[in-house]
Write a protein that binds this ligand. Structure first.
Ligand code: PLP
Length: 382
């Protein structure tokens, strides 16, 4: 029953289970159910929080407050939820940049970013790209209106020094947005590292059950937030109340899921590191990983995604087909482990045998035994 302001200094688990809960009211539920409403009673003046369902909804309001509390504990920030991660990403980019502005994107980020790039170019925006690793985006930053960071990058798991990039960007008046999907707010807090926007797909680990599409934008500056809000109204890419409620319900277990899945990912990465046929193993939480020195400075949990290469396409396909506890499916962050041969989509610049593996909440021993058996069988069937 403690007001949320008092929880800013509490542990992640405490904050996760109480995030965004309204004040206790006798006979009311702890987390009020989804409000299904296209319009609200509105006699007389149109002032007030709820008028029309495209602009606001009480179920969003609870979830938005919850995400704000996790992204920026104790800070006065604004969160806006969207129908998907892409709706949130588009809302930031397309509400903040204009024709002839320069935008810097990563060239190894989420696979839809090349389409975003084309869209921006169609609108007369100049787009520059550089890899995430080695802070290479610094080299193309000059005169940019907005820098888009994805750290760790999906699917290559490179990490950049967010604060260093933010400092360089802000020194020349460039806005910075960070895609926080892979880390989640319990893994990394971009606003504390100085970013103007933390943007994420809630479809992945944030909600974690593989049954909801959702996105959000969190930012500090009310003027920037107002532009994103206007964009949401104009485009109408809003979250359904049911999705918003499911997401809020799922947030209560975020710390448990993140701890469990992160520990499982580290254990899997350690097991894979001993296999000869496994190459280019990446996990930012593995102390031998090139991302580890930076990741361990700016992240507190390293996520549940492990990536690696098997010798060729057929080998990778045999491995995936022989897994029993792991679904061959895209996306990541769910309670049930998934893995896929990423090249099948054609988008990412990865090898034919590249596997993106998302560790779920299975017992790590069971999961690792399944993976090692599948690797053995894939090798024997060569
Ligand atoms: C999945 C993903 C997105 C897009 O989110 P959707 O909810 O699928 O629209 C954006 N960024 C990253 C890093 C992602 O993994």
């Amino acid at each position: 029953m403690t007001a949320y302001e008092d929880l800013a200094g509490a542990g992640d688990g405490t904050r996760a289970v109480r995030a965004g809960l309204p004040e206790a009211v006798k006979y009311e539920p702890t987390l009020p159910g989804p409000v299904f409403a296209a319009h609200f009673h509105l006699p007389g003046s149109v002032e007030g929080p709820y008028a029309y369902g495209r602009d606001s909804n009480p179920t969003w309001a609870h979830l938005e407050r919850a995400i704000s509390e996790l992204e920026a504990p104790g800070e006065d920030v604004e969160t806006l939820v969207f129908a998907s991660g892409m709706a949130a990403i588009s809302a930031v980019l397309l509400s903040q940049v204009r024709a002839s502005d320069v935008v810097v994107l990563p060239d190894d980020g989420y696979q839809v970013l090349p389409l975003v790039r084309e869209q921006l170019q169609d609108y007369g925006v100049e787009v520059r790209t550089a890899p995430t690793g080695g802070d290479a985006q610094l080299g193309v930053l000059e005169g940019a209106r907005l820098l888009w960071i994805e750290s760790p990058s999906n699917p290559g798991l490179d990490v950049c020094d967010i604060r260093r990039l933010v400092d360089a960007a802000h020194a020349q008046g460039t806005l910075v947005a960070v895609d926080n999907t892979l880390a989640t707010p319990l893994g990394q807090r971009p606003l504390e590292l100085g970013a103007d926007f933390s943007v994420a797909s809630g479809t992945k680990m944030l909600t974690g059950h593989g049954d909801v599409l959702l996105g959000y934008v969190t930012c500090k500056d009310p003027e920037l937030a107002a532009k994103v809000r206007r964009w949401r109204k104009v485009v109408g890419a809003i979250a359904g109340p049911m999705e918003a409620w499911l997401a809020h319900r799922s947030l209560a277990t975020l710390q448990m899921r993140a701890d469990r899945q992160t520990a499982g990912a580290l254990a899997l990465a350690e097991a894979l590191s001993k296999r000869e046929e496994v190459r280019d193993l990446r996990y930012p939480g593995l102390p031998t990983d090139p991302s580890y020195p930076l990741a361990s400075q700016q992240m507190v949990r390293f996520g549940c995604v492990v990536s690696f290469e098997l010798p060729d396409r057929e080998w990778a396909e045999r491995f995936l087909a022989r897994l029993r506890l792991v679904d061959d499916a895209t996306s990541f962050g769910g309670l049930r482990s998934t893995a896929e041969r990423r090249r099948r989509w054609g988008g990412d610049a990865v090898a034919e045998g590249f596997i993106r593996f998302s560790v779920g909440a299975e017992d790590p021993d069971d999961l690792i035994a399944d993976v090692l058996r599948a690797l053995d069988e894939a090798q024997d069937a060569q």
